[in-house]
Design a protein around this ligand. Structure first.
Ligand code: ADP
Length: 619
């Protein structure tokens, strides 16, 4: 009986199941659902981990609704802009970045005034935008006064429209433009060149993580949290304030000023951020947030895709190992540990500025844990069921054996009692002594057989190594089996064969062949025949015992060598048995370096073939 302990998994199918979980998890992470969950997790962590405040270097100078109403609508924007810049020059800002596209020629007087204002502005950055057909660039009369022209695009996530990152460069129509905010930062840092490597860019000694992936370089914008009343965290001055009686010049002094439109009626580039909750942010403010990200150096770095896949692999391996090595509560507790690691790692990494995709890791941990736990559950159940049936068969066999033992015991008891109580004559006495002797021998044989089974199973039985004639061995068995066969008028036929010698334990081999013969007789109807054939093949000799009996179902064949297993047909035949014989036969044959095979058809008969290593043919 095998003890029910730690489940014995079938390694390959278990590993395949876990591999399937890993593939499913990684693929789920790449689906739209996975990407959306990653987005939501990102926004949640983003709000949960606002960066420590730092002294801001930028100001937004923008036209709100009131400004446009007071000084004229967007039609007069160039004049308004010129007036604002004229006032702004008093504050001597470090950089002025304009977020109003000025690609078309307007009224000559208006354009001339704006041009003059631009000429008088130090470190001016003008905007450009990519349309389907071309770059929309500022009029040459404007751009000639600009220190840089930067693009004003931000990324909008295709799934939820939230802007989380900035394309630091835009390449189109044979031209490459850096972002407006990056140009502003470059000028603020001294106006040196932007150095590039595949993984990042460098501006004024600051390394910006912006890996080029699929031809685009994105940088995650570290938006600043809005103020409690929902107001922008970036200091803001409106055009109306600037053009009023007391312009807040000091607020703008030595700052990097982003000039644009924030009036909802006029700003076409309003966008959603992780902080939005439905309220949009004007593009000009987003540029200021991007600038502050460069300026503070508090970058968020997306983890490499390989790291995410590797982490998923680790989680799957951990969940697999948990249910491989443990069972019951310890396994479930350890699995909770694996799930916690999967949930907490992205959070802890985010706190260190590394953005880790949530979905792949979660899917890997959950799928692998559930699959491994289910697998274990079913294997445990299957093992339990198997041991239950084995135990049942064992009980039956013990029942049968004790019953069988009682018969000789009763005979011995009865005879010895008769002998002691009555004065029997010599002949009777001799007869009874003979009976006691033969029955106790039978009992001893039975006990020996059972002991041998156990010792054979544990590999403890020493095999004798002697040379013996196979023909003699088989004849002895056939003669013994004939006694039983004759009761059913079954003929045992030994086919003629060349004499051959084998090496091994003749007594045990006799036991094996005798068992095959008695089974053949037992499970055959009367007046049939059993044929024994010996064939020498290259290297081994094959002994087959074929009958015309009840046969066996194909599905049951693989079980008949298990201890205590009996086929349904055998049970129904009324023949008694323990289901032990064949398991001993198999062990004897394998201990001799041979093997046993069986072919059978229900109702047509069975044929057992024993192959043994061949010694030599006698001459
Ligand atoms: P048993 O004591 O039941 O005969 P064995 O271990 O010798 O035990 O055989 C195991 C089972 O294999 C039998 O119960 C029977 O179902 C099946 N079996 C063995 N030999 C034959 C045969 N010659 N024909 C049909 N069934 C057989």
């Amino acid at each position: 009986m095998k003890p029910v302990g730690r489940p014995r998994f079938r390694g390959v199918s278990y590993v395949l199941l876990l591999a399937a979980c890993l593939v499913a998890a990684v693929v789920t992470g790449w689906t739209a659902l996975g990407a959306q969950i990653d987005n939501n997790a990102y926004d949640f962590l983003f709000r949960l981990n606002p960066p420590e405040p730092w002294p801001l270097n930028s100001v937004v100078l923008a036209a709100d609704e009131a400004s446009l109403q007071k000084f004229g609508s967007m039609r007069r924007i160039r004049t308004i802009l010129a007036s604002v810049l004229e006032r702004l020059s008093q504050a001597r800002p470090k950089v002025v970045a304009i977020d109003v596209i000025l690609a078309d020629a307007g009224d000559e007087a208006e354009d001339a005034r704006l041009e003059t204002a631009f000429r008088n502005t130090r470190n001016l950055v003008l905007p450009c935008a990519r349309t389907r057909a071309t770059w929309e660039l500022p009029l040459p009369r404007f751009s000639r006064w600009a220190s840089a022209v930067g693009h004003v695009h931000t990324n909008k996530d295709p799934l939820d429209g939230v802007s989380r990152s900035l394309p630091v460069e835009e390449i189109a129509f044979g031209d490459r433009r850096w972002a407006l905010s990056l140009e502003a930062f470059r000028l603020d840092s001294g106006g040196g060149p932007i150095l590039e490597s595949p993984g990042d860019i460098q501006v004024g000694g600051v390394v910006v993580p912006a890996v080029r992936r699929h031809g685009v370089r994105n940088m995650l914008i570290r938006y600043l949290p809005p103020q409690p009343d929902g107001a922008s965290p970036i200091p803001t001055v409106t055009f109306a304030q600037m053009l009023g009686a007391n312009p807040p010049v000091e607020k703008l002094r030595n700052k990097v000023v982003f000039v644009g439109i924030m009036a909802e009626s006029a700003a076409w580039d309003r966008l959603m951020t992780p902080y939005s909750f439905g309220r949009t942010m004007p593009g000009v403010e987003a540029h200021a947030h991007a600038f502050e990200t460069f300026n503070s150096g508090r970058f968020l770095r997306p983890a490499p895709e390989t790291a995410a896949v590797l982490f998923s692999l680790l989680l799957v391996a951990a969940a697999g190992a948990v249910f491989w090595l443990l069972s019951g509560w310890p396994a479930y507790l350890a699995a909770v540990g694996v799930l916690l690691v999967a949930h907490l790692t992205p959070y802890l990494l985010f706190r260190r500025g590394i953005v880790f995709p949530y979905m792949g890791a979660l899917a890997a941990a959950w799928l692998a844990s559930v699959a491994a736990a289910t697998y274990q559950h079913f294997v445990v159940r299957r093992n339990l069921l198997r041991s239950e049936t084995e135990r049942g068969r064992y009980r039956q066999a013990i029942h049968f054996v004790t019953h069988e033992m009682r018969t000789p015991l009763t005979a011995i008891q009865g005879s010895s009692e008769l002998m002691s109580r009555y004065n029997l004559n010599d002949e009777k006495r001799k007869q009874m002594a003979g009976m006691i002797n033969s029955e106790s021998k039978r009992l001893a044989r039975m006990i020996q057989t059972f002991l041998d089974v156990e010792r054979l199973g544990e590999g403890q039985l020493e095999l004798r190594r002697e040379e013996y004639s196979l023909g003699d061995c088989l004849s002895t068995c056939i003669e013994r089996a004939r006694v039983i066969a004759e009761r059913k008028q079954i003929e045992i036929v030994m086919e003629a064969s060349e004499p051959c010698h084998l090496h091994g334990d003749r007594e045990l081999m006799e036991y094996a062949f005798y068992n095959l013969l008695t089974n053949a007789v037992k499970y055959s109807p009367p007046e049939t025949s059993v044929r024994v054939a010996v064939r020498a093949a290259a290297g081994d000799v094959r002994v087959s015992v074929a009958d015309q009996g009840i046969g066996m179902e194909g599905a049951e064949l693989k079980n008949i060598f298990l201890k205590f297993y009996r086929t349904r047909k055998a049970e129904a035949s009324g023949e008694t048995g323990t289901g032990i014989g064949l398991s001993i036969v198999e062990q004897i044959v394998t201990r001799h370096g041979g093997r046993i095979e069986v072919t059978s058809q229900p109702g047509m008969g069975s044929c057992f073939t024993v192959s043994l290593p061949f010694l030599r043919t006698a001459v």
